[in-house]
Design a protein around this ligand. Structure first.
Ligand code: NI
Length: 133
């Protein structure tokens, strides 16, 4: 895609914030930071507008709790059309980390994520909101 140049006027404090962002994320330049912010906003708008999006649900739980695994499997089967893949990693003797890649309408993915994270015994759960464009 063609890249176009344009001038940006910013207040001193906003420019400082932009440069802090460049440093924090180790962007090579300000253009990359602005590109990042625009994309971030586009993805947020897609999720708010219930558009087709993609993401990942991350769950950490104790695998000794068999009820929990059964419930999680039930929920995942009920929403199988939204799930692209499931990766299960054994973190240590007790804990498992599951990464569930999902794709579909934003509201359905949020619903699925809420149902999984709410299962009793889940130690940590988070939905990473992304998109394919
Ligand atoms: Ni495990």
């Amino acid at each position: 895609m063609q890249v176009r140049r344009f001038g940006v006027s910013l207040e001193e404090n906003l420019l400082e914030s932009l440069d802090e962002l460049v440093e924090k994320h180790q962007f090579p330049n300000r253009s990359q930071a602005i590109r990042f912010l625009i994309k971030k906003n586009l993805v947020e708008e897609k999720w708010k507008g219930n558009e087709d999006v993609a993401g990942a649900i991350v769950l950490v739980y104790d695998h000794h709790k068999r009820d929990l695994q059964n419930k999680s499997t039930d929920v995942q089967h009920a929403f199988h059309d939204l799930i692209l893949s499931v990766q299960h990693v054994h973190l240590d003797h007790d804990n498992c980390l599951e990464t569930i890649a999902v794709k579909g309408k934003a509201k359905e993915l949020i619903d699925l994520s809420n149902k999984l994270i709410a299962i009793k015994g889940i130690k940590h759960g988070e939905l990473v909101m992304s998109a394919s464009e």
